[in-house]
Design a binder for this molecule. Sequence first.
Ligand code: AMP
Length: 212
Amino acid sequence: MNVILLGPPGAGKGTQAKRLTARFGIPQLSTGDILRKAAADGTPLGKKAKALMDAGKLVPDEIVNGIIDEALASGQAAKGFLLDGFPRTVPQATALDEMVQRRGTRIDRVVVLEVPTEVLVERLSGRATCPRCQTSYGKDSPPKRPGICDNDGEKLVVRPDDMPDRVRQRMLEYESKTALLTGYYKARGVVRPVNGVGTVDEVEKRIVQALQ
Ligand code: AMP
């Protein structure tokens, strides 16, 4: 099963992708996670992307297309994948179509997580993230020990792009470039809108239903 999780920043794509990965045994492919790791490791790719990411702007299509093509070529997604944060523009969606067609497969479902802006802003302003495993915590899903990741004991940090002015920029990027993708996939009958307001468990249940 090849699934895209679409939705604005703070909609819960990363959190839900991690849950669904555990449930279905297919990998989460997150361009944001991969870029943050590259930035932390100081690779040439990471250095190129970091300033744009910290400013809440999208990195160029060629960079993220290359990341996904490489991930698909590695064989880790042979049984399917959950894309989280990709595609984010129409050219990325076109490139993805080409990548999956080349491998004789297709996009089965596009889950669109719907969350009102005021809820997104509140979630992102209270969010802390593990720099190692990229798990996010918030008021609705706090870590067991304050400030410490449940998975690996790492100290949680606030992502630079979760600062209020960057959040506004990311919302603008979403509205002007990414929201169009629902229309892009609609004609294929694969789009499933899902209410993203509620507990992590509640939203997970709705997504699982939408995938059936
Ligand atoms: P995310 O973790 O998905 O919120 O992504 C964090 C940041 O990484 C974004 O604000 C962009 O700067 C960059 N990024 C991640 N995925 C993409 C993508 N598909 N296209 C362009 N930039 C991306």
